[in-house]
Design a protein around this ligand. Structure first.
Ligand code: ATP
Length: 300
């Protein structure tokens, strides 16, 4: 059994002139689970991944695989498999040919090429020019490349982008399987909904700073709950709510009461003898929670 390898980001910082692309990012990405690296476009995901893979030098801080920087790994391709850009393949060469070049360079047996092509479902298209591949097929080729060295760590930039629904379903199961084998799987995405059914842990980055690290389950429990309530005597309702410690917000038809449940508000109206014409529980979806996180004030 190969030793599991965590990814460690320790105060990773990168500035491009006056742009603070990544600021003091510290996190551990553990083996045995899929971790989602989430944030809007320009948040700093790609820069962080490029630093991790030794493609860009950090301004300060370190990014390691079990304590070793990428450039110091004895056998990089068999330790870390990465696919950063689905579009970086030469259009005139076949998928199989691409993999053959990398396999030769990394001294990986040729037999492995057919194995990874099969794993990603590209066998029938393997000998076609990559120029004719769909984005989803290029994603699969990127994944095949990442898997060539049978690595313990897999790092994929936006791997779900461009896949059709069947492809999405497939990659979800595939990534979960890799994690279940004890591998460390890190995938980036700018949409939580895209990776929601795949990831166990979540790192959320915004403006170069980590704004959330934790399990998806914890993020789900942050769901805001609110109650929509309306009364023919809004002033009486408002004053009853405020007296009870709620912070009602006016809406066109009544009030939105954050952090409340319908039963408590209904009971309050009953005891305060305020007539209600509307009482409705509102549950914020996980994607909304994520979007709120994206627009919240700085948390550092
Ligand atoms: N080589 C560079 N020179 C100057 N600025 C850069 C460079 N690379 C990235 N940036 C800037 O750093 C910030 C973070 O970019 P980065 O590509 O890491 O974000 P991202 O989260 O990966 O976004 P996307 O999902 O759009 O790829 C952006 O403001 C970007 O313009």
């Amino acid at each position: 059994m190969t030793t599991p390898i965590p990814i460690q980001l320790n105060g990773v910082t990168k500035t491009f002139g006056s742009v603070h692309a990544v600021e003091n990012v510290t996190a551990t990405i553990n083996p045995g689970q899929v971790t989602g690296f989430l944030g809007p476009n320009g948040a700093g995901k790609t820069t962080t991944l490029r630093i991790l893979l030794g493609l860009v030098a950090a301004t300060s801080g370190s990014a390691t695989f079990g304590g070793t920087a990428y450039r110091d790994l004895a056998s990089p391709l068999t330790t870390v498999g990465a696919a950063l850009e689905a579009g970086s393949f030469h259009p005139g060469r076949s998928g199989r040919n691409h993999l053959a070049v990398y396999a030769t360079a990394a001294r990986i047996p040729k037999a492995r090429i057919s194995v990874v092509l099969d794993m990603v479902g590209l066998t029938s298209a393997a000998d076609r020019r990559v120029g004719g591949y769909s984005l989803g097929m290029r994603q699969r080729l990127g994944l095949a490349y990442a898997l060539l060295g049978d690595p313990q760590v897999i790092v994929l930039d936006e791997p779900i982008n461009g896949l059709d629904p069947e492809g999405i379903k497939w990659i979800r199961g595939f990534l979960k399987q890799l994690a279940a084998e004890g591998r460390t799987v890190l995938i980036s995405s700018h949409m939580l909904s895209e990776v929601q059914q795949t990831v166990d842990e979540v790192l959320v980055i915004r403006n170069g700073k980590l704004v959330y690290t934790g399990s998806l389950a914890q993020l789900e429990s942050r769901h805001a709950t609110a109650v929509l309530v309306a009364s023919p005597t809004p002033d009486a309702l408002q004053s009853a709510l405020v007296t009870a410690g709620f912070a009602p917000q006016q809406t066109p038809t009544g009030f939105l009461v954050p952090n409340a449940n319908a039963a408590a508000i209904g009971h309050l109206a009953f005891t305060e003898r305020v007539e209600l014409h509307e009482l409705q529980q509102q549950n914020t979806g996980l994607e909304d929670t994520f979007l709120e996180l994206m627009s919240e004030g700085e948390t550092r």
